[in-house]
Design a protein around this ligand. Structure first.
Ligand code: SF4
Length: 209
């Protein structure tokens, strides 16, 4: 931006917050340890292969690598921290990088940071965290792209493969919720959204291609 230009003003229409919470970047890591900032139960992992809205291109695209973002609320993508009254942000002082740089009138700053240094679960959980191994096993047994391929087929072995993945995906969540005593909301960060929940979006994405 030219230094003599005034930064574009935010009209606080709330449109960007309604489109979904931001993906997190390396610069956001300290916010996860800031009192009043988001915590792990406020996050959702979108795994490789999931269709996700590219905010810069404005279209749904399958993710090449996972991203971690602020979750939505009430079954929609509207950011968990968006307050309709006054179109306010409940964590304004600790809002993530994408929210700080976004201007609807000039998206160049967002475009510069958008695909850079995105955080993954491995960046967020400390090295050696006991759940990292389970997360890796879940990725191996229940990959989104593998599940999407099985959804296309009615062959008995593919139906079986699908049922096995769905079963493992369900079991691992139940096990962690039961044994760890953690807030169950954290499961969407640890393992992404349940495969069962992803199935309609994956089927629709395959039909579009
Ligand atoms: S963190 Fe705040 S500014 Fe960012 S999308 Fe959520 S409500 Fe909007």
């Amino acid at each position: 931006m030219n230094p003599t230009e005034k930064p574009p003003l935010c009209s606080r229409c709330g449109e960007c917050c309604r489109k979904g919470g931001p993906a997190l970047h390396r610069e956001d890591l300290p916010l996860l340890r800031t009192p009043g900032g988001p915590d792990l139960a406020d996050l959702v992992t979108l795994r490789a292969g999931e269709p996700a809205l590219d905010q810069v291109r404005g279209r749904l695209e399958p993710l090449e690598t996972e991203i971690v973002k602020l979750r939505g609320r009430d079954g929609a993508w509207t950011c968990l921290f968006f307050q309709e009254e006054g179109a306010a942000c409940a964590i304004y002082a600790a809002r993530p990088l994408e929210c700080r740089v976004l201007s609807c009138q000039d998206t160049r700053d967002l475009e510069r940071v958008y695909a850079r240094d995105r955080l993954t679960r491995r960046d967020i959980l400390p090295p050696g965290h006991p759940l990292l191994e389970l997360i890796a096993e879940h990725e191996q047994r229940c990959p989104v792209s593998g599940f999407a391929r099985l959804l296309e087929s009615d062959a008995p072995e593919d139906r079986q493969g699908r049922a096995a993945m769905l079963g493992w995906d369900r079991e691992v969540r139940l096990l962690v919720a039961e044994k760890s005593g953690m807030d169950p909301a954290i499961l969407d960060f640890l393992f992404g959204r349940p495969l069962e929940q992803l199935a309609p979006a994956l089927t629709a994405a395959r039909r579009r291609t």
